[in-house]
Design a protein around this ligand. Structure first.
Ligand code: SAM
Length: 275
């Protein structure tokens, strides 16, 4: 369970941010490789967009790419430290607005003004109540053909599995032995256990929105454990409305590995070369 307060405490105070989030792109060989190899191929239909809202930008790992794809970019994060870091990093760009929120409100954003809501590698840590609040508000903030591209947790689908290995039925030392040998998943990646892709779809429906696609993906886990999901949605009646498309993508980390193998040749910032 990751509450709003726990998220604020962790990202605002406890985390060192020494690599400004680039450390999480290691499996892809760098943030630029992850952007161009993994994120942009999934996002390209929806950019450029006149106004983009990025929820939870952290130290701006994706903001640097998004800023060149819009006329107006609104950043909202619950961490003051993250927003200050973005303000420093992007100070020469006049089209970016910065907001620290309470972890669930989008009140600072004008209704029907956003053409793309983007969040990646952040809302995987927020529980069902927060996600529902964001989805309800996104419904109000989207323009008529606006789209939301949201990466969130699906680990709730595996809660029995993770609960089992968390030692409820086995001695902790035996579980550790299994984890050390990679027989079970060693980490839950601090995913929100109250969230699943199916729940996200219900929230979208309840908010009067339309689900364009859902890609269930593994994230640092075995191909059988699709603990995350990328859900894309829009308003009902938008030009994106059609048949909802779904993919159980068990090759997501394999894709990262292939992209990583290219990074030494093509990345502007390959991990191996950074001091
Ligand atoms: C793992 S970092 C990722 C940051 C950025 N998306 C990236 O990929 O580099 C998670 C970010 O989510 C933010 N965050 C966590 N819970 C949030 C919430 N409920 N509302 C807004 N931001 C949140 C944190 O402050 C932090 O900036």
């Amino acid at each position: 369970m990751a509450t709003i307060n726990e998220n604020r405490q962790f990202w605002d105070a406890d985390y060192d941010w020494l690599e400004e989030g680039h450390e999480w792109s290691r499996a892809w060989g760098g943030a630029d490789m992850q952007w161009y190899g993994t994120i942009l191929p999934r996002l390209h239909r929806y950019v450029p967009a006149s106004t983009i809202l990025e929820i939870a930008p952290g130290f701006g790992r994706w903001t640097g790419f998004l800023k060149d794809m819009c006329e107006r970019l609104i950043l909202v994060d619950l961490s003051e430290r993250c927003i200050e870091a973005c303000q420093r990093k992007f100070r020469s760009y006049g089209h970016i607005e910065y907001h620290v929120n309470d972890g669930s409100s989008l009140d600072m954003v004008q209704d029907e003004s956003v053409d793309l809501v983007f969040s990646f590698d952040s809302l995987v840590h927020v529980e069902r109540d927060v996600m529902e609040s964001y989805v309800d508000q996104i419904a109000k903030k989207l323009s008529s053909d606006g789209v939301a591209f949201i990466h969130h947790s699906n680990i709730g689908q595996y809660s029995r599995y993770y609960g089992f290995w968390k030692g409820r039925f086995l001695p902790g030392r035996f579980v550790k032995w299994l984890k050390d040998r990679n027989i079970v998943e060693p980490y839950d990646h601090w995913r929100a256990f109250s969230m699943t892709g199916k729940l996200m779809e219900k929230m979208i429906e309840k908010a009067g929105l339309f689900c364009i696609s859902q890609e269930y993906i593994n994230w640092g886990t075995k191909p059988s454990h699709l603990i995350d999901c990328i859900t894309v949605f829009s308003k009902k009646g938008s030009r994106w409305q059609g048949k909802t498309r779904r993919l159980l993508n068990r090759n997501f980390m394999k894709e990262a590995g292939i992209i990583s193998s290219l990074s030494l040749l093509y990345s502007s910032r390959p991990f191996e070369k950074r001091g």
